[in-house]
Design a protein around this ligand. Structure first.
Ligand code: ADP
Ligand code: MG
Length: 248
């Protein structure tokens, strides 16, 4: 297939753990600038798929093309992050004893030492970037507060902000709204839609109300393969999807 216009292309990817095929001949195409929701029952392989994309797990077969013809399966985790794939894990890992703003300063600095990042004069470019990210993640009014004092949902947003500071082309977000209030969940859908205006995004999520708010194409995984793909209405009406969610 043509890979132009495609940010990510998984081609026949499989991985087995002790003979058990967690990912089984999985193929998936994500367009440049697309946001995709991934659903599927527990154990479907959603997190393992992200582990493969980010180089944490090496597949036994298949290829993963990023941004054209770079095969990610030939690169390690650090390389892949540098190429522009950012991943947000389920549990927020912000620096609790630093302010919201300083968390973003640290994320922007990347390789620079923590002390020089916090005490060096900030360039005007960096200040503009931090203001933009604070706005995107709805934390402008909390910029001087300690990260420890944020709500659970706001910590998740801050961590998304820290990912944005690294300027990724593709963001992978695993179960972002777990543990959030309904209001935070709705705001997270809006926030991700804002981010998706200039990034490609893959979101794994169980919360169907949230997935509906996203309003994007949905892929349902089951036993390491694509079971169904299309609009949420199409996927949720698919008898095979109904069957796996009923757990037969
Ligand atoms: P999901 O995120 O969709 O719930 P996972 O990708 O976490 O599913 O897991 C898919 C399957 O692979 C599960 O059966 C899980 O137990 C298994 N699995 C995942 N990672 C490993 C591993 N490192 N070693 C052994 N089994 C694993
Ligand atoms: Mg998972």
């Amino acid at each position: 297939m043509s890979k132009s216009g495609t940010i990510l292309y998984l081609d026949g990817v499989s991985v087995a753990f002790d003979g058990f095929k967690a990912i089984n001949n999985l193929s998936l195409v994500l367009d440049q600038g697309e946001m995709r929701a991934i659903i599927g029952p527990n154990g479907a392989g959603k997190t393992t798929m992200m582990d493969i994309i980010t180089g944490k797990t090496r597949p036994n077969s298949g290829q993963v093309f990023f941004n054209g013809d770079v095969d990610l399966t030939k690169h390690d985790e650090a390389d892949i992050a540098t190429m522009g794939i950012g991943r947000k894990f389920q549990k927020p890992t912000v620096f609790e004893s630093h302010t919201v703003e300083d968390n973003l300063v640290l994320a922007l600095a990347g390789e620079r030492s923590i002390l020089s990042a916090l005490f060096a004069r900030r360039s005007s470019g960096e200040s503009v970037r931090i203001d933009e990210i604070l706005q995107t993640v709805r934390l402008t009014h909390r910029r001087d507060d300690l990260a420890a004092d944020l709500s659970h949902g706001q910590k998740q947003w801050l961590e998304i902000g820290m990912l944005l500071a690294q300027d990724p082309k593709l963001l992978l977000v695993d179960e972002p709204v777990a543990g959030m209030t309904d209001a935070e969940t709705e705001e997270t859908a809006r926030l991700l839609k804002d981010i998706a205006r200039d990034h490609s995004v893959i979101v794994v999520e169980h919360d169907m109300h949230f997935v509906r708010e996203l309003g994007v194409k949905v892929t349902c995984l089951h036993e390491g393969s694509v079971l169904s793909e299309g609009s949420l209405d199409h996927v949720s009406a698919d008898p095979r999807v109904v069957e796996v969610y009923l757990g037969r």
